[in-house]
Ligand binder design. Structure first.
Ligand code: 5GP
Length: 115
């Protein structure tokens, strides 16, 4: 799926709408979800506007690993010892913003399986 980056996360990356950013580097940023599902709910997004995980290629191998390492870093910065990382890929999986993102959710007991 092609993307011109014109999602709400593209607007956040371009500084067109505000966010509560907790981390940033050359490859990604992390910020608080606007509708948190738990006491801690962060989103880690690449600066490159990959629409969904299904669109990632071998060229993104290092970036994808980096996103997971940043997810763990920001979770620990928030004081979490346990958390859940989620990547929804596709509308039927619950993806609503088509700019790849890793959810970091924690701060309360989390049921399994998810809905
Ligand atoms: P998805 O359902 O695509 O996996 O997750 C998208 C997430 O983005 C949702 O949890 C939603 O609350 C969050 N979100 C959507 N728009 C905004 C926004 O403008 N600001 C922030 N901080 N989060 C947003």
């Amino acid at each position: 799926m092609a993307s011109d980056g014109d999602t709400v996360f593209g607007k956040i990356l371009r500084g067109e709408i505000p966010c509560d950013q907790v981390y940033g580097d050359d490859l990604c940023i992390a910020f608080r979800d606007g509708q948190p599902q738990a006491p801690v709910h962060l989103l880690v997004i690449p600066r490159e506007p990959i629409p969904q995980l299904a669109d990632a290629t071998d060229a993104h191998q290092q970036l994808l690993g980096h996103l997971l390492l940043v997810a763990a870093r920001v979770a620990k910065l928030e004081g979490l010892q346990s958390w859940r990382t989620v990547i929804n890929s596709g509308a039927e999986a619950g993806q609503t913003v088509f700019h790849l993102h890793v959810h970091v959710i924690g701060g309360r007991p989390l049921a399994w399986p998810p809905g």
